[in-house]
Write a protein that binds this ligand. Sequence first.
Ligand code: NDP
Length: 230
Amino acid sequence: MKTIFISGANRGLGLQFAKQYVQQGDHVIACARDLSQAIALTQLAKRHKNIQLHQLDVTNEAQIINLTAHFKNEPIDILIHNAGVGGEQCETLTRMNQKSWLDVLAVNTVAPMLITQALLKNIMASKEKKVIGLTSILASISDNRSGGRYSYRASKAALNQSFRSLACELVDDGVTATVIHPGWVKTDMGGKEGKITAEQSVTGMIKVISDLKRINSGCFFTYDGTELPW
Ligand code: NDP
């Protein structure tokens, strides 16, 4: 049985990760920004013993620091940085401001690094030692021919770069740090036009995560296991 830590597990892909790992019999630490509003997650926890709920706003530095003491001595095999925000869909050069930029960077880029920092001992104490960042094809610089989505694209590109540094820094410790694009998924963020369901996306990502070898640390994959261009 592995221990899986998931941020933003109250809806969308995070909730689906929680459901599938719980179903597999793993021990899930499912986080949500506000547990009192996390109805589906709370119902899941009522039906299964192998899930533990934890309140975590990924932009709250005090809550992040507190993770170290709260989960002291608990090995975490797979740390999934799922929580994310999409920023303004119609963001353009004339339609952006400092706050909107920084809000997106705080959730999508800074939080995964600080949470990894806070839980590093837990990861090191585990067998799998895997850190996963939910990124996006929109982060790919070579693939960007349509522009727009400035802050979202930049936040995920910066996440990718940070994961490459993480992979380099922790290579001798046996940590595998990898970013995965979930596909275009029918969630609140992906919208109804999404090409695949959350179930299909997460089934694919769980297989990719399970198949990851240390040599895949610092790589950029899609949910079906294809490697993507930076
Ligand atoms: P949703 O918008 O459906 O869900 C986002 C999740 O992130 C929610 O649980 C939300 O919690 C949580 N979250 C946002 N801000 C915070 C915060 N400050 N603290 C804690 N939790 C927070 O998105 P998806 O499920 O579709 O996306 C999950 C990940 O996949 C994201 O990182 C996204 O960028 C990435 N992705 C998604 C794609 C898609 O097509 N859906 C495509 C490419 C990448 P709350 O309910 O409290 O807001």
